[in-house]
Design a protein around this ligand. Structure first.
Ligand code: ADP
Ligand code: MG
Length: 747
């Protein structure tokens, strides 16, 4: 008999265990049993063969329609082909062999049904699986298999080219057969209240359901497990964070913050006032603040951060602001210095009497200025230190670090947060994380569940709406020409423009360039992106265009020679050296570049109020939220602004959604529904998410997470280490293996 934490190899043997480890990183029986079927094939029901896409790894249930074999032309051996069908579509299975093929012909005969698994490709216009793995259902199968196939529902597992679904099913069956009934990790109160089946029954029911209701009972129960384990982990983490001590940084009357507020040229929005008050309050406590401040681009987060930093400085502490890129660090340094004016010019001519100093620390600065910055940070001379990852290095020390502000959190991991935290002497610094990515409440509650959240929902008054238009460039070349004309018009009236591309490119000469500015999108088959290799065919995502995505370098050359000839064009992308990026950004900011042709490096935080037009090339390649973020780069100066979404087909839903709404939260919710949580949480392997069954997009599941959170909090408050709930503690540990926990708490 076996238990959940036993090594897999003890149960299914070395060879099978090794395969599963290589394919999915599975080590224990529990790892395998939490590899849930992606779907279930109904016995007797064939899988639709239409909609198979090249490159996909699929498992289909189909019937053999015809078989044939012929000798290979140039080599010894023969080709055996079987055509399988779902009653409508057809798929060719091709086997190349050297020796006798008879055994295969024996097994695959017209009329037989089986599961076929392999990678889809096209050959002479026909969809095929070359050398698929297959399993005939019915005649000739072993007893165990026969039992498997006698069941109404056949589990189809997320599989890979190396290991087919039914091999996983074999291993699962063995594991389930020898598994000791595990103790139930879910609190009895939840089980009773929601009429949940036991853990062992649920494991059996999800892998080997008798029917769909059976499967559903299992799913419901297991959703509670993962929701509860997740919320317990979050509650523990929140609690642990709150148990640390911090130095209180209460507001000091007559300090820099008072002066700053008095000189502020505008009135804070209600949202800013509320968030500001909460933060001021938390800074004054002797436990660390852990707060996420979210608000759209331009909603005025930076001002709030500056006010918090001044409060810390007034209370004898230092504050750091960690930015994700050099460009942003520099920009923050400039804009914060200018916001502070004389208040930030300690020791300089014109500096206020009790002024502090703003210091920049980045990886690309020269040795001398770097040494000075390090010194100012360590001596405490610099009240505010702004920088990039360079801030995290061991050599960077502070006299008294009181507040850490992290801009655009999704680019930093929890290790970075902790690296900065460790630089505070006694206790921990207060932490303020800022993000412009609207995070739906559901996601905030799970992924960022260890942070308290403040949200700015309004933009400061005087913002102009951004008129957004979808331009189906390939179908309507004259619309495309009109876009370039609009840019010329804006530039002629002294404004500036962004042109955003999904790719950097290798620079001209390039055959793909013409697809961009001219709209002659030549279809070039086979140029598919190496995207998600979905191993099942039920998600019918929209296929991208066949040509490679439009590239900055190609398009820039083309625009310079054509539609935008004579304008001052700048190029910006992630491969440029840091100094070059800064140079270009500065040139754009001071107006000596008219049009910035760029990748999404400008996505976050860049602020050039004079920019009034943005054209986004191949817009359908970007996520809804991302488009919204990008668009936020214009419309910042109180003048009417435009955003053109080029590409896509007429009526493309996502683009139309972006064009139709300026509500980032609504768009983020929509994005979440359409594309799943992955887009918000960053690249995570399909099927590896910590929520395997529950979905952040399902209202019922969210209610479940909500309730799980409440029960979890009560439990953790009463028993932080879960001493009275050893099984649950194990489960939390299991569900959140170390890597996952790190990912989960990335913020
Ligand atoms: P975010 O960091 O959220 O993108 P910023 O803090 O950079 O936004 O603010 C964008 C611009 O709006 C800045 O130029 C800032 O000075 C200005 N701003 C901030 N708050 C207000 C306000 N309450 N009223 C008017 N302008 C504001
Ligand atoms: Mg900002």
């Amino acid at each position: 008999m076996a238990i959940i934490s036993d090594p897999l190899r003890l149960v299914i043997g070395d060879k099978a265990a090794k395969r599963l480890d290589e394919a999915f990183g599975m080590r224990t029986v529990g790892d395998l049993l939490r590899h849930y079927p992606r779907r279930y094939a109904n016995r007797g029901e064939l899988t639709s063969l239409t909609g198979l896409r090249d490159g996909e790894h699929v498992t289909v249930m189909a019937e053999v329609a015809a078989v044939s074999s012929r000798p290979m032309r140039n080599r010894r051996g023969s080709i055996f082909e079987a055509v399988v069908t779902d009653g409508h579509g057809r798929l060719t299975l091709t086997f190349f062999g050297r020796g006798r093929q008879d055994w295969r012909e024996d097994k695959l005969q017209p009329g037989m049904r089986g599961l076929f698994s392999g990678q889809v490709s096209s050959f002479r216009g026909k969809r095929q699986l070359a050398h698929p793995d297959y399993e005939v259902i019915g005649a000739g199968t072993s007893d165990a298999r026969a039992a498997e196939f006698a069941a109404e529902l056949i589990p189809i597992y997320p599989a890979t080219g190396k290991i087919a679904s039914w091999r996983i099913a074999d291993s699962v069956r063995i594991a389930l057969d020898v598994l000791d009934v595990p103790a139930d990790p879910l609190p009895a109160v939840l089980r009773r209240e929601h009429d949940l089946i036991g853990y062992a029954d649920a494991l059996r029911g999800i892998h080997r359901p008798v029917d769909f209701p059976d499967r559903d009972r299992a799913r419901t129960r297991l959703k509670w497990d993962e929701a509860f384990a997740l919320q317990v982990a979050l509650a523990q983490r929140r609690r642990a964070a709150a148990d640390y001590s911090a130095i209180a940084r209460p507001r000091v009357p007559g300090g820099l913050l008072d002066d700053f507020d008095a000189a502020l040229p505008f009135e804070l929005t209600i949202g800013q006032q509320l968030a500001g008050a909460t933060i001021a309050d938390e800074l004054a406590r002797d436990h660390p603040m852990n707060r996420l401040l979210q608000g759209e681009v331009g909603s005025g987060k930076t001002v709030i951060a500056v006010r918090a930093m001044l409060q810390a400085v007034d209370a004898a502490g230092q504050a750091v602001l960690l930015a994700p890129t050099e460009v942003l660090a520099q920009q923050h340094c400039r804009s914060i210095s200018s916001l502070l004016g004389p208040l930030g010019q300690a020791g300089q001519l014109g500096g206020a009497e009790h002024a502090t100093r703003v210091t920049l620390l980045t990886g690309s600065q020269g040795a001398a200025s770097r040494r000075r910055a390090l010194l100012e940070a360590a001596s405490g001379e610099a009240g505010i230190v702004i920088g990039t990852h360079a801030l995290l290095e061991d050599r960077v020390q502070f006299a008294d670090l009181g507040l850490v502000v992290i801009d655009e959190q999704h680019r930093f991991g929890v290790e970075q947060r902790d690296a900065l935290r460790d630089k505070a002497g006694d206790g921990r610094p207060h932490v303020l994380v800022m993000t412009a990515t609207p995070i739906p409440r559901t996601v905030a509650m799970t992924v960022f569940g260890d942070l308290d959240v403040s949200t700015l929902t309004e933009l400061p008054a005087g913002r102009q709406p951004i008129a957004t238009h979808v331009v189906p460039a390939a179908e309507r070349p004259n619309y495309l020409a009109r876009t370039w004309e609009r840019i010329r018009e804006e530039v002629a009236s002294g404004r500036q423009a962004y042109v955003v591309c999904p790719r950097i490119g290798d620079g001209p000469p390039s055959a793909s360039a013409s697809a961009g500015a001219s709209g002659r999108g030549t279809a070039e088959p086979g140029g598919a992106e190496a995207g998600d290799s979905a191993d099942w065919l039920e998600d019918e995502g929209d296929e991208g265009p066949q040509r490679p995505p439009i590239a900055v370098l190609d398009l820039a050359a083309e625009l310079a020679a054509g539609p935008l000839a004579g304008l001052r064009l700048g190029i910006m992308h992630g491969r440029l050296p840091a100094e070059e990026k800064d140079r270009v950004m500065l040139a754009f900011a001071d107006g000596s570049v008219d049009v910035l042709i760029t990748t999404t490096v400008i996505e976050v935080g860049v602020d050039v109020p004079n920019a009034t037009v943005m054209a986004i090339m191949d817009a359908e390649r970007f996520g809804v939220s991302q488009l919204h973020q990008l668009r936020g780069r214009v419309g910042r100066g109180g003048t009417a602004s435009w955003c053109y979404l080029l590409g896509g087909e007429e009526g493309n839903e996502r683009l139309t959604a972006v064009a139709g709404s300026t509500d980032g939260f609504a768009l983020a919710e929509a994005d979440l529904r359409v594309r799943g949580e992955g887009t918000l949480l960053g690249a995570r392997q399909k099927g590896q998410s910590d929520l395997r069954l529950a979905s952040l997009t399902d209202a019922g599941d969210m209610a479940l997470l909500d309730e799980a959170r409440q029960v979890a909090e009560t439990m953790v408050d009463a028993d932080p280490q879960l001493q009275a709930h050893a099984d649950l503690a194990d489960e939390v540990g299991l569900l959140l293996s170390e890597d996952e926990e790190e990912y989960l708490f990335k913020s």
